[in-house]
Write a protein that binds this ligand. Structure first.
Ligand code: HAM
Length: 419
């Protein structure tokens, strides 16, 4: 085959017709579960102001420092959104959603963009579904967010996952912890990887996230944040764990869990799957009590999660979960001759109005080729129309699965297919 002239950018993937059924089935599940949990959908633009993401996600994060697709146009600085929490926070503040009363329980599905090195489960355009509860401080909100995330995976049949949780503290606990962490790493700083040495001054918590071999012995005995929590934050964390137990949501505590975005405070969590390879996080999230204020709103506590759809698809494939049923076409009209084609054009709408999916051949193929096409389209039934059938106003209805044929008037065919 000739080399195509154009192709997608690296790390960006077409979702072709054979794949789309799975995406639609998954999206249906997300909408249904979100509704059951009383969440409303929100759709924000694909592009945001660069400053919103820089401030929201954090200047020192990998996302902001090296993975943004950003450009200028006139005086405006655009960025393709790398995630949706900062955009949702912006929309909450911009449209005064607090005035709707109560907490805002919002969810979204859509493409995100990060200029990462592509590998299995890591793309430059990928898709997330996520949810945010804005306006609630109570541990019940943290647990409801986790329960919604888990409900979606349960419904799909992905159950061999591990929920890791931690508390990353409030600013006061973080200050004390950062000091202890730096005291721990300082004597061996030159032994650490270059990335970790770079993080030492700017963001020492992220050293805990390092995958570099030489860092592991030092990370292993590093102090843990849960020993530095203020009383309030420790109580909050204890209550989250208690509620998870009451709801029978299994979890493991990982005191070294830090997330790659800077806005987290208190609860942080990640859902890990053994079916994903190196990029093993199906989803993650946590509490971000300072973000709404950071993007210009009143102090408002909030908690949320987001999950990668491509990673979910990989897990489904590994586990043999089909997600979508095979698409079937109810009726395919096979025609012989011009008159029959005209008849088909007139009768297709009647089949469709009756709620059936229906199609025909548009390009004058032979009967044999049309039958093959009907098969390829997974047609349940074929109506065969030729000169004789038109004269007698009786048409052959073929049941493709049973390989049986009967002759009926069109009205009878319609009755047969609808009932
Ligand atoms: P995150 O951990 O950066 O969190 O991303 C959430 C999930 O998106 C990841 O666990 C992964 O499944 C998927 N993901 C991230 N990057 C890629 C990529 N390059 N290719 C494929 N999948 C990817 C957030 O985005 C936060 N906004 C979550 C949140 C919501 N926190 C509070 N509310």
């Amino acid at each position: 085959m000739a080399q195509p002239t154009f192709s997608t950018h690296v790390g960006m993937v077409d979702i072709l017709p054979d794949e789309v059924g799975k995406w639609q089935a998954l999206e249906r599940i997300i909408h249904e579960e979100a509704k059951r949990f009383n969440f409303e959908e929100i759709r924000t633009p694909i592009m945001e102001q660069t400053e919103l993401i820089a401030r929201g996600v954090g200047q020192l994060t990998d996302i902001v420092s090296k993975e943004m697709f950003a450009f200028e146009r006139g005086d405006d600085q655009y960025v393709l959104r790398p995630e949706c929490t900062a955009p949702v926070a912006r929309a909450f503040v911009e449209h005064h959603l607090d005035q709707r009363g109560g907490t805002q329980n919002l969810y979204y599905i859509g493409p995100m963009f990060r200029a990462e090195k592509p590998q299995k489960g890591r793309q430059r355009q990928f898709h997330q579904f996520g949810a945010e509860i804005i306006g609630a401080d109570d541990p019940a909100a943290d647990v409801d967010i986790i329960a919604l995330m888990m409900a979606i995976y349960d419904r799909i049949g992905i159950s061999n996952t591990t929920l890791k949780i931690n508390s990353v503290g409030d600013p006061e606990s973080r200050k004390a912890y950062t000091k202890a962490l730096k005291d721990h790493f300082r004597p061996n700083l030159s032994e650490l990887s270059q990335i970790s040495q770079d993080r030492f001054e700017k963001n020492p918590l992220r050293i805990l996230d390092s995958k570099e071999e030489e860092d592991q012995p030092y990370i292993k005995d590093a102090p843990i944040i849960t020993d530095f929590l203020t009383e309030d934050t420790a109580d909050h964390y204890a209550r989250v764990k208690e509620l998870l137990k009451e709801l029978d949501i299994p979890f493991v505590e990982d005191p070294h869990l830090v997330r790659g975005l800077d806005y987290y405070t208190r609860t942080a969590f990640e859902l890990i799957s053994p079916d994903l390879g190196a990029q093993d996080a199906l989803g993650g999230g946590g509490r971000y009590d300072l973000l709404i204020e950071e993007v210009g709103g009143q102090p408002t506590p909030a908690v949320g999660f987001a999950s990668g759809i491509e990673r979910l698809m990989i897990a489904c494939e590994e586990l043999g979960i089909p997600l979508a049923e095979e698409e079937m076409l109810d009726v395919y009209i096979v025609t012989l001759g011009e008159k029959a084609r005209k008849w088909a054009v007139k009768h297709l709408p009647k089949l469709r109005e009756a709620g059936l999916s229906a199609s025909m051949d548009y390009i004058g193929r032979s009967i044999k080729a049309q039958m093959k096409d009907a098969d390829r389209e997974n047609a349940r039934h074929v109506i065969i129309v030729g000169e004789n059938e038109l004269n007698e106003e009786k048409f052959v209805l073929r049941d493709m699965k049973a390989s049986e044929e009967e002759t009926y008037s069109f009205e009878n065919i319609l009755n047969q297919l609808v009932n």
